[in-house]
Design a protein around this ligand. Structure first.
Ligand code: NAG
Ligand code: NAG
Ligand code: NAG
Length: 427
């Protein structure tokens, strides 16, 4: 009997493996090639929002070109604004073209392409097109395949220091302090619409100011927390997505426990009707179970005293910092945590606490004082390309939350979506 069962089991595995092969091994040259549009966070008086093209395509032939269009190449309005011949199967090309400013009010709650398209063209025939895109519904669209998973098991794009944004329409000279505090060039609503579902929120408390709570980066206050809360609510009102609002670090004004109570009371009042009370299984709760409650906001808090005394608040996401200053050191840090995560999957993870790979370089105080690394924009540009590639090719199976600076400079959202689909197919 046992023997028959084992045989049957082996048969099942073999059978399902055969079925999966097509999805997992992309034989198809279109599916297996990567092509995307990235927007550089750098700005100068000559250039802002420079468009780059990233590709990885082993099927390229001599004579193939990439064309960048303004407008959908399927329509007559499309205008070729840049063309080049790739000289390697894999690369990253700055185009010298600046992308238009797109205000958040121009974004919709539908997944859409925004003005810019890139095509792989052979002999005047388009083989593949990608666009600069938004993903306000990626999670809800995958309810069937993601529903049984816990947050810990999903590949989730996030932003680092989400409230430290400044959305410039035109070039501005940044003070040294801005150079080292601004981590995002989209406001929180736009970050969510572009696809982030994990928000890393640092709060400063200023009891003597009109606005008491602020989104901070270290000691510097950037935007009133009220604006961030408004954006999150607007997003939740217009989508069926789940958002993690992770309160981390309390750089100013939190010496007393009373200050923390004041913040949690404020959050619970502002987000009344939106947040999900911490369930019995806490992070062990599946996405399906979260959806079934009708509440899609998780407020997590990096202070155990508060979690112990407020039943609505969830324990924080574990942020995994490398505190590194070079691309190579960042690679080693991320490789270490993703390797650990791969090992953990053989053990039972009792708490299922999600973890956020903090995928950015961290300047030291001296780096800031002497502006040695050129600011966070430059630092992000140096690593954002690599992050996408690493998380597409090496750590796609283990990735949980990946929190980045300047989200449009990475392809992390598309990478996460693609690998959630592949993982669901057993790849
Ligand atoms: C362009 O048209 C083709 C064929 O009609 C279609 O498969 C493709 O998805 C379209 N591309 C875009 C970017 O709309
Ligand atoms: C390009 O198209 C022309 C005309 O259809 C054809 O003769 C030629 O072989 C094609 N070249 C390549 C590289 O496919
Ligand atoms: C980062 O990406 C650049 C550009 O593709 C590449 O030249 C470099 O080798 C990468 N660095 C690492 C550590 O992977």
């Amino acid at each position: 009997m046992l023997c028959v069962n084992v045989l049957f089991f082996i048969f099942l595995i073999r059978f399902s493996k055969g079925e999966l092969e097509d999805i997992c091994h992309e034989n198809n040259e279109i599916e297996s090639s990567d092509l995307s549009i990235l927007i550089s966070p750098l700005m100068s008086s000559e250039m802002i929002r420079e468009i780059s093209i990233y590709w990885k395509n082993s099927h390229l032939k001599n004579g193939d070109v990439f064309k960048l269009y303004k407008g959908d190449p399927n329509t007559t309005e499309a205008q070729v604004i840049y063309t080049f011949k790739p000289d390697a199967i894999h690369g990253y090309k700055k185009t010298g073209m600046s992308s238009d400013f797109i205000s958040t009010s121009q974004l919709s709650f539908r997944d859409e392409c925004l003005k810019y398209y890139v095509s792989w063209v052979r002999n005047d025939t388009i083989k593949k097109t990608s666009c600069l895109s938004t993903h306000p519904n990626w999670m809800a669209k995958r309810k069937k395949t993601l529903g049984h998973l816990k947050m810990r098991e999903v590949f989730i794009p996030g932003t680092h220091d989400s409230a430290a944004y400044n959305k410039f329409q035109n070039f501005r000279t940044e003070l040294i302090i801005d150079k080292y505090t601004i981590t995002q060039d989209e406001d929180v609503l736009a970050q969510l619409i572009y696809g982030a579902r994990y928000l890393d929120i640092r709060v400063g408390r200023y009891p003597n100011s009109d606005e008491i709570f602020w989104g901070n980066h270290g000691p510097i206050r950037i935007v009133p927390l009220r604006d961030v809360i408004r954006d999150v609510k607007l997003f939740l009102d217009n989508t069926n997505e789940i958002v993690i609002f992770d309160i981390q670090e309390f750089p100013v004004g939190f010496k007393s426990l009373a200050a923390h109570y004041q913040l949690t009371d404020y959050l619970l009042e502002q987000f009344d009707g939106y947040y999900l009370d911490r369930p019995v299984n806490v992070w062990g709760t599946s996405l399906e179970d979260i959806w079934s409650t009708g509440k899609r906001l998780i407020i997590s808090y990096d202070y155990s005293n508060i979690v112990a005394s407020r039943s609505s608040v969830w324990p924080q996401v574990e942020q995994q910092w490398g505190n590194v200053r070079t691309v190579n050191a960042l690679y080693r840090h991320l490789n270490k945590i993703e390797t650990q995560a791969a090992d953990e999957s053989y053990h039972f993870n009792r708490l299922s606490q999600p973890r956020a790979a903090m995928a950015q370089l961290t300047p030291t105080t001296m780096d800031v004082i002497f502006n040695r690394l050129g600011g966070l924009r430059k630092m992000a540009e140096n690593v954002d390309i690599n992050i996408t590639e690493w998380y597409s090719d090496e750590w796609q199976h283990t990735a949980n939350i990946v929190a980045v600076d300047f989200i449009k400079a990475t392809g992390i959202v598309e990478t996460a979506i693609k690998w959630n689909d592949k993982r669901a197919s057993g790849c």
